[in-house]
Design a protein. Structure first.
Length: 318
């Protein structure tokens, strides 16, 4: 699925219903505008459902984060917005209080949708006191095995936030070995039968940490693309980077309620007929997975749907 600009501000597409179900906005073809300006579903065309991505936040709570934790808490105002356009969860590392390298219980808020999940995440962050080391490789392994990021109908994404280099995986925390172990953990993520994408945010990091975190992010390029590493040094930049990542994941994926052959599918956006893409990534158009009945709107056409207006998105048969 094509990604949008990394500096795109969050905006929900207008082509959804007013009352989304958990993780899913349901519509019957493209919405129109009600008298109050809200978007309403029409009654024609092939019915479809909007598929939001699964997004696991993996946040470093090592000892070096203690002076930065108030800035992490500033993400709270953004969580409702991110949670409204994704199925959201939280992992903290290291996990537990007694093991500085623990990862077994790193997932503290399972994937969920809406304000209740966002509130649970903020509560978990408020209850957290930083301490311990930075077991990035072990945390990514734990998320891969227990994070629930295995839904083939959705984008499955990890956003890793850290202020330092990984450790805990190698004898004497050898930096070369630690980097290799973290990269190997990422390769396992992206190599799953349902690949997991990875974005990395370096927060208050030095040059050494940035180089290492960039290498970790780079290992995810086969699924995520090249623009998946960001740095931030202030509260505003941290909030902006997470908003950018969430905005780049804005859901342009739809599940059709009827089985349609690729040659019979018609896709139209605002009366403009969209063409099928000929490659895995394209500047505009759509990609149709007939086996799953899923359509990804791509590139600039996806971007068009990210403003605050209603758009006429139609799926139909020839």
């Amino acid at each position: 699925m094509s990604r949008l600009s990394p500096f795109l501000v969050l905006a929900l597409s207008g082509c959804v219903t007013d009352t989304p179900t958990p993780g899913l906005d349901t519509a019957t073809s493209s919405p129109q505008t009600n008298d109050d300006g809200s978007c309403a579903p029409p009654s024609q065309g092939v019915a479809y459902s909007r598929l939001f991505p699964n997004l696991m936040l993996a946040i470093d709570r090592s000892g070096s984060m203690i002076d930065k934790w108030d800035q992490v808490l500033a993400l709270g105002d953004l969580l409702d917005q991110v949670g409204s356009m994704s199925t959201l969860g939280l992992a903290l590392f290291p996990s537990g209080l007694l093991n500085a390298c623990g990862t077994a219980s790193s997932i503290v808020v399972p994937l969920g949708h809406g304000s209740d999940t966002a509130g649970d995440i903020l509560d978990a962050l408020l209850d957290t006191r930083p301490g311990g080391s930075t077991p990035i490789a072990g945390t990514l392994d734990n998320i891969r095995l227990q994070g629930g990021l295995d839904d083939p109908s959705r984008d499955n994404v990890v956003v890793l936030l850290s202020d330092g280099v990984p450790n805990c995986a190698c004898e004497d925390n050898d930096p070369v070995c630690e980097r290799e172990e973290a990269v190997a953990a990422v390769q396992l993520l992206v190599g799953q039968p349902v690949p997991i994408e990875l974005f990395v945010i370096g927060f208050g990091t030095d040059d050494e940490a940035n180089e290492t975190l960039a290498a970790i992010a780079g290992a995810a390029e086969p699924t995520t693309g090249p623009d998946n590493f960001y740095t931030a040094s202030t509260t505003e930049e941290l909030v902006g980077r997470l908003a950018a990542v969430a905005g780049s994941l804005a859901a342009c994926r739809f599940s059709l309620d009827e089985s349609i052959s690729p040659e019979d599918l018609v896709v139209s956006l605002d009366d403009d007929m969209l063409l099928p893409c000929t490659e895995d990534r394209c500047e505009r158009g759509y990609i149709y997975n007939a086996a799953l009945g899923i359509v990804d709107i791509e590139g600039s056409d996806c971007l068009t749907m990210q403003d605050d207006t209603c758009h006429d998105l139609w799926f139909d048969r020839k």
